[in-house]
Design a protein around this ligand. Structure first.
Ligand SMILES: NC(=O)c1ccc[n+]([C@@H]2O[C@H](COP(=O)([O-])OP(=O)(O)OC[C@H]3O[C@@H](n4cnc5c(N)ncnc54)[C@H](O)[C@@H]3O)[C@@H](O)[C@H]2O)c1
Length: 352
């Protein structure tokens, strides 16, 4: 059984390294093509323009299974290179996938035949989880769940924003040693880049928090305050009114980050709409759902400005290395100041 499991989990997923591939000539060559190639080149241009705007704070939004798919190093490098000032993500990307790898574990390439689903019962017997063509050792994932419980046990028993909890995860890696050179959680911790997961309990951390709350019974315990997340992100918009969004996938992070324009307005601040907005998604508009709704539609809600917005209808593993890599090799980040927004959030109320 052990041998069979080892056979399945033999080839780790490689993370794409934007520093090693200068994609600028490639993306430039796409500019006057058609369809997705042209859209992608325009998105790369907007991203570069956003990085050159000295007033603009950049918010990266992540949904889907991106880190397990090999995009971890792209985003860790973006944080390290001051190309991102805040992250809004689903919990799975941050905890089950990035923090998981920071604890020393890997995701694995699954053989093509597994995609059919016909072998899932066998995988279950072996305690192997499948994300389409990618495999995970469930026993290792349980260690990740348990580590989040350990972190919750160490925190002051009160409501925390997910940002505060994720920073504690970064601090844990600082103390215990980060087992990978490229962790988003750890880079964000070191660079004071806040990470928000508005649906934080819907991931590995949820299991840790349930175990923590159960063990504490009626006593004081750690809880996650999603309204505090929203308030904190809105404070950043008020403190830094010019913002741009780089959205990968749709889901909760897309709307959460867009809505801070409205929230600032509700708090009596005339914050401008997001000046730049790029979304990479496979969803389309037919169902009226959020994930595929266009950025033009978002402008009807007063959230996104129309001048610099671009949808890119592509699966993220293809488009993201090109868009972020283009920004990296154009080099605007070298002159960008690190905003260190975690520090703002640790001060007293902003603009009340
Ligand atoms: N495997 C996982 O993703 C996973 C695992 C455990 C828990 N969760 C939890 O499930 C919830 C749902 O989040 P989610 O991350 O699964 O988002 P999701 O799958 O709901 O993604 C949202 C939308 O983003 C787009 N999208 C997703 N992946 C894409 C890609 N590779 N390329 C282009 N577009 C893409 C799709 O349109 C999708 O409908 C979260 O709370 C998350 O923490 C997810």
């Amino acid at each position: 059984m052990k041998g069979k499991k080892k056979e399945y989990l033999a080839t780790p997923i490689d993370h794409f390294d934007i520093t090693k591939h200068n994609v600028v000539p490639l993306v430039d060559a796409m500019r006057n093509m058609a369809f997705t190639a042209r859209d992608l080149a325009r998105a790369a241009d907007i991203n570069d323009r956003m990085l050159r705007d000295p007033d603009c704070g950049v918010i990266l939004c992540l949904a889907g299974s991106l880190i397990s798919a090999g995009l971890k190093k792209v985003f860790a490098e973006a944080v390290r290179s001051r190309m991102v000032d805040a992250i809004v993500s689903t919990g799975a990307n941050i905890v089950d996938q990035d923090f998981f790898e920071a604890l020393g574990y890997r995701h694995y390439v699954g053989e093509e035949r597994l995609r059919s689903g016909m072998y899932d019962a066998e995988l279950r017997d072996l305690q192997i989880d499948r994300i389409y063509d990618t495999l995970i050792d469930e026993d290792e994932l349980r260690v990740c769940d348990d580590t989040t419980r350990e972190i919750a046990d160490e925190l002051e028993p009160r409501p925390h924003s997910s940002r505060e909890f994720i920073r504690a995860m970064g601090e844990y890696l600082e103390r215990k040693g980060c087992k990978t050179p490229d962790s988003i959680v750890y880079e964000a911790y070191k660079n004071d880049v806040p990470i928000f997961c508005p649906a934080f309990s819907d991931c590995s951390a949820g299991f840790g928090l349930v175990a923590h709350q159960h063990a504490r019974g009626d006593g004081a315990k750690v809880a996650i305050d999603s309204a505090k997340d929203f308030y904190e992100l809105t404070k950043l918009k008020i403190a830094n009114p010019v913002t741009g969004l780089l959205m990968v996938g749709g889901g909760v992070p897309k709307n959460f980050a867009q809505d801070i324009v409205v929230a600032a307005d509700i708090l009596g601040h005339e914050a401008p709409m997001h000046k730049y907005a790029i979304q990479v998604t496979v969803a389309d508009v037919r169902d009226g759902a959020l994930s595929g709704s266009t950025l033009k539609e978002a402008s009807s809600w007063g959230k996104v400005d129309l001048a610099y917005e671009q949808m890119v209808y592509s699966e993220a593993t293809l488009a993201v290395p090109l868009i972020v890599g283009y920004g990296y090799h154009k080099g605007a980040w070298k002159k960008r100041e690190a905003r260190r927004w975690n520090k703002i959030l640790d001060q007293v109320a902003v603009g009340s």
